[in-house]
Ligand binder design. Sequence first.
Ligand code: ZN
Length: 325
Amino acid sequence: MGDEVWSLKEVCRTFDERMSHVVGHACVFCDRCSQRKPSLVLLTADAGQFFEVVKPHVAISAARRVFERCSRVSGKNCVTVLRGERRVAFLGGSCGHRLDRFVFSFSKLLLAFAACLLMSFCTLGDMVWRMTGLPIGGVVSKVASSFVLAVEEHDWALDIARRRRHGFSRRVHAWDFEVARARYVDDILWLSGRYCHAGLCRAVSLAYSVPFDIDACAAYVTWLDMELHLPDLSWRMKPSMWTLPPPWGAPKGYAHSFLCGRLQRWSEVRLSDDAWLTAATNLFLSFRDAGWPVRVIRAAVFKAGRLTRVKRDMLLTVLHVSFLH
Ligand SMILES: [Zn+2]
């Protein structure tokens, strides 16, 4: 239900798949206002005021709808979480007492969620006051934004009559073919071949009850830690110089672990060779600026697993160029 992508690892793969549905429906005139537009239009936005403007009863009512729909679609009414070091959970299970698992019914989860959101009194010393929005921070906040935004996305995507009333979906009927969407918590990324940027802004304000801060129209957008570029729809890492500790202040093996973490992330984003080299250059320049000797970073490159010989040679070349400057 909704546009959410649950895992950062899956973001690019999922959005690539969703983009493939809209690319074939691209046109150079907006379907809504008939103005000329680029063939593909990107939009990013975030609901910066989500927790201030959403009231607890709205989030609880959204949660009830999600549980009801989940129950109807799956035929289950509880969630099982297995005990153990790795978190394993699945829909369904039997509510009998078992030592190796916890079983939560949807009705109890809804009550627990409501209880968390309705605890609105805060204290500081002898002062007590009441919050009007939702509690911020922790897993409950993420759950609340998932419920509320997912329900609104679901309603907008299914209600073709409502979309038509506002000038959308006149030629293509499925919202998935008009706009590819992804949301990570409250950050949204949209790509459309049918509408201009102003049209997409209007759709955001209609689909969601929460105000979104929308970024200006551009040939590329920054979303999470990445950039998505038109016209070839290629992903790059957001350019950033890392603030790294100096070698004398870092734990043993720091350079190796940090490099492996970055290599893993770059492979999830499926960067082109050019984008991969740019990201590697920024990383090595950050190590250099933090005072790391080139031999330590070279050793980390040799130790990094799952690198092809070609990629390793590319990394070593970039490393030496970065440290020469
Ligand atoms: Zn338009």
